[in-house]
Design a protein around this ligand. Sequence first.
Ligand SMILES: [Zn+2]
Ligand SMILES: [Zn+2]
Length: 149
Amino acid sequence: MTELERRWLELSDVPFDELEDGTLVLAEDWWLFPKGTDREDIWHYFDEHHPDGVYALLYEFPRERVVTCVNCKESYFVSELRPVPVCWDDGKPIGWQYLCPDCVSDLEQNGILTRCECCGEVFYALDLQTDPETGEKELCPHCHEVWCD
Ligand SMILES: [Zn+2]
Ligand SMILES: [Zn+2]
């Protein structure tokens, strides 16, 4: 799953306002788009940037799609699972794994997953980044802050 595909899924939770002429516009700032952006413009962005276009996204990533938790192999609706980034390259994740809420808390307890206290994002402890000042692996890969003291 790419960043774009993850954003596509996220888009279904983003609130829109309906104008008098029926146009749907963003009710708040979201990702690259300011409040008031026409939903069609956002769809165009996905259409231009996804190799298979927006119709492939609509077909392939409806919210009702059932996927398997990579840890327990149980089936869930994709909207119930937590995407966890994997394979960081140059400060950006290039892949995502889907985990169910139970597995997220199990893996957090085992120290395999870490939740950053600054930004609240979850990531694999292996992906902690090295702080150039201290030489310690202690930076959150999402926000690049020290994840805890
Ligand atoms: Zn699971
Ligand atoms: Zn963070």
